[in-house]
Design a protein around this ligand. Sequence first.
Ligand SMILES: Cc1ncc(COP(=O)(O)O)c(C=O)c1O
Length: 379
Amino acid sequence: MYVTNEDDVKAVSEIILSRKYFRNRGKDFIGECRQFELDFAKTMGVNHALMVTSGTNALICALSALELSVEDEVIMPAFTFFATAAAIINSKATPVIVNIDENLTIDPVEVLNAITPRTKAIVAVHMDGHPCDMRSLRKIADEHHLLLIEDVAQACGGSFEGKRLGSIGEMGCFSFNVDKILSCGEGGAFTTNDDIFFQRALCIQDACCSFGPTFREAFTKVQPFIGQSMRVSELSGALMNVQLSRLDQILHALRVRKKIMLDVLRADEIDIVSSHDEAGDCATSFYLRFPSAPEANQQLMKFVEHKIVAIPISLRPAHACWQWMHLLEKERPGRAFKKTAFLTSIDYLTSTLKINVPFEMDLDEVRTYAEKISSIIRK
Ligand SMILES: Cc1ncc(COP(=O)(O)O)c(C=O)c1O
């Protein structure tokens, strides 16, 4: 979360004082949650958006809407938050993990090689604000009749070739937890253009929603079924309306700062991991690349000494598949989840360090910060 101020307080206070926390108050009622969904769908360029209680639950909505079984395979990258894999398991399917490319997002060649007759979907994860190679992934999905789901938890508002992330796949899944670009503490959103997936997600999000007047008539293409409990309150909706109004402003501020940093570092011939779409990148972070893992470690020690925060993959165990494969093995015995299959990803990730773009710094401070990083690396 980058910005909170009195507007957030006012929005939440109004709900508390009105005591109108419940989002479902009639067929044509547009409260905070519904307003957010309408505006979020418009911003992302999709027909439907649905608020849920977390990014994990947005993924569960998307994957459960596919009505998968344990025989069905969903391809996902080796570098993502564990929630991506957990959502596939929770949706009864089996995750098939593939390596990342040198830009650190899912490698389309690896995706192609992993497709079997059991493959149903691909989850593209836009890690740390960086768009995946959506052109190649869309082509593969179309040619192999697979569904493409975007995990946009870490890249809200980003785009690929001019299209917002979350609108290129059949479904988009966003997180609004406290670490994300926009946040209401805990929350998420599911997006789609497809009426059937949307109606299934409605059911999944609230086991009882087909009984009440708000959504009773919404099921025009789907027979209601037993769902779960991911319904959000108007408190989250109110916060997210304020947060959304700042999205483009936040992205602009981040992009200006990232450009300053990359200009300084590239001018000094520092190796920066490239992006599949630099203009669409959310610019929350970038990765410094070193020739090997030991050299990345050496640099990390220097950064620590100079009080520069650089983040190695070893500090992000929930983001590295080899740290959680034992959990998947337990759930899907007999499936091969072997660390040796991910040596390419391990190599890429252990030889890079993540630097967060300093949103709070003014532009001169950002330049000085980049110069400091550069001089430390070149020492
Ligand atoms: C890539 C990715 N997917 C999914 C999630 C899950 O989101 P949440 O924590 O809101 O459940 C996260 C959260 O950090 C994430 O980073």
